[in-house]
Design a protein around this ligand. Structure first.
Ligand code: RB5
Length: 142
């Protein structure tokens, strides 16, 4: 399993914490930038990670900006991406179980690294339920 990650300056530190954690779990990561806290434009990085996921270069993607909002909007512009912004344990579980989210997003200024790591683990460890949800996911893709 390979996870692509991206961020803007507002999510840079959180992204680094997530990479450290994922590597500790033995998961391969690809860091698509940015690579410092210098101000950059989040749409560039949301798009880069989303394209890595839809092209199959990565299995899943995680993006971080100040709030997690702008970069998730950017990712969701790419056809085939379902980027969720989980904010608690329940939404981290449901975004995989029901929505089969292939990306998640966090805000470096809105969530602690500990919580973001916990929600990432829940998302990774939850199975997509399929069944009645597949029709809805197909509608999202169409
Ligand atoms: C950048 O200051 C900030 O707007 C960005 O990180 C993000 O929060 C946008 O949604």
């Amino acid at each position: 399993m390979k996870i692509a990650l991206g961020c803007d300056h507002g999510g840079y530190e959180l992204k680094n914490e997530l990479i450290k954690h994922l590597q500790g779990r033995g998961i391969e990561t690809e860091d698509l930038g940015c690579y410092s806290t210098e101000s950059v434009d989040y749409p560039v990085y949301g798009k880069a990670v989303a394209e890595a996921v839809v092209s199959g270069k990565a299995d899943l993607g995680i993006v971080c900006c100040g709030t997690g909002i702008g970069i998730s909007i950017a990712a969701n512009k790419v056809k085939g991406i379902r980027c969720a912004l989980p904010y608690n344990e329940f939404t981290a579980q449901m975004c995989k179980q029901h929505n089969n989210a292939n990306m998640i997003s966090f805000g470096g200024r809105t969530i602690s690294a500990d919580l973001a790591i916990k929600l990432t683990d829940i998302w990774l460890d939850t199975e997509y339920e399929g069944g009645r949800h597949q029709r809805r996911v197909d509608m999202l893709n169409a």
